[in-house]
Design a protein around this ligand. Structure first.
Ligand code: G6P
Length: 364
């Protein structure tokens, strides 16, 4: 990929549009049909280590942190190891206990974010095993970690992350599958995930074909005073990232909550000028999520659902193609990147260089 805009008005739009190709690239050459797993050449973690670790801790900032939240869920689901993600800066300032049985993973597009790098250095100093999930080859974090997975999203120029976020989530799916197949994941489940991964690029193209509809919705949502994003479990990191994306490029205030937490406070904010974007995959939580839509409707809140099927209670539904449930977060974020983009466009924002933000924060 070159740095020219290739006919797009902004890098953000170009990078959103490149995602099917980018996902194709992160998968390329890594799938092992025979053992229903993936090869990750630079991982530097042998099977014995993969079996003996007792926890996974993922560290990153901004969108990388949100991709890490998705990664932690995938690792728990597919590899059955307790895993969680934390902002790298919080981790390093709270003098966290560094546990020898924990695998640490630093996530970064640039590989140069100071807080993430400093967390890696502190971990290494204390003897921890640290891997990287990084986009820029040979960057500081890639060099300082013991091994890892390259994200292969290609150069990302727009300050806000889109294709790298998506590819990082896919890179985590690969890592989770790899760890799962060493631990307890069956061949049948390995095959199921591989088939799901292969469907992603075509499904991303399908989502992109709905861009005109999303653009129309954005005209409407651009008038919001503030927006609420909600999801449960797999939908929650998607809500977090979508809320961040909207704030960054449109400057509309947005909050993300687990749908179950709405009743513990944020419901007080719901009114017609504060619409909610609800992430509702067809998973085991669909009924619970539908009940949330009813709670919002009862307070006259407007609802935009991102779902696998039309949602009666919602004012609008953006339909996303079905995949394996573990991979839902990869696809469900993409229409919301388009929503953020078109909302910012409708408001005349400086999309590629939002005020007060930098692509890579290399200072403390
Ligand atoms: C900055 C950017 C964010 C990005 C974060 C982490 O704050 O504005 O878009 O997610 O840094 O960057 P990294 O390069 O470490 O992924």
């Amino acid at each position: 990929e070159s740095y020219d805009m290739g006919g797009h008005d902004t890098y953000m739009h170009k990078e959103i549009a490149e995602q099917a190709d980018a996902v194709d690239r992160v998968l390329r050459g890594r799938i092992d049909e025979r053992f229903a797993t993936v090869h990750l050449g630079g991982l530097n973690l042998d099977a014995r280590e993969a079996r003996s670790m007792r926890r996974v801790k993922i560290l990153g900032c901004g969108s990388a942190y949100h991709a890490g939240m998705i990664g932690a869920q995938m690792i728990e689901e597919l590899a059955r190891v307790p895993a969680d993600a934390e902002p790298a800066s919080e981790f390093r300032y709270r003098n966290a206990v560094v546990d020898p049985d924990t695998l640490y993973i630093a996530v970064s597009q640039s590989g140069e974010t100071y807080d993430t790098l400093a967390a890696v250095q502190e971990l290494k100093r204390k003897g921890a095993r640290v891997l990287g999930v990084v986009n820029v080859v040979g960057s500081a974090i890639a060099r300082e970690t013991d091994g890892g997975v390259y994200v292969h999203a290609g150069p990302e120029v727009c300050v806000v992350s889109t294709k790298c976020f998506t590819n990082t989530a896919v890179a985590f799916a690969l890592l989770a599958l790899h760890l799962g197949r060493i631990r307890d994941l069956s061949v049948a489940d390995g095959k199921r995930i591989i088939e799901g991964l292969r469907r992603l690029p075509g499904q991303i193209d399908e989502i992109m074909r709905a861009e005109d509809d999303i653009k129309k919705l954005a005209q409407d949502y651009a008038e919001a005073k503030s927006m609420m994003f909600v999801g449960r479990v797999r939908g929650y990191p998607v809500a977090r990232e979508a809320s961040l994306k909207l704030k960054e490029v449109s400057y509309i205030h947005a909050e993300a909550y687990p749908a179950s937490e709405l009743k513990h406070g944020p419901l007080a904010l719901i009114e017609p000028a504060v619409p909610t974007v609800a992430i509702l995959p067809d998973d085991e939580l669909l009924d619970k999520n539908r009940a949330t839509l009813e709670e919002i409707k009862a307070r006259s809140g407007k609802i935009l659902a991102v779902a696998h099927q039309e949602q009666e209670k919602a004012d609008h539904t953006i339909l996303v193609p079905r995949n394996e449930v573990e991979l839902d977060p990869v696809l469900m974020g993409i229409p919301l990147q388009l929503l953020a983009y078109h909302t910012a466009l409708a408001l005349g924002r400086d999309i590629d260089k939002p005020r007060n933000l930098a692509k890579s924060v290399t200072v403390e």
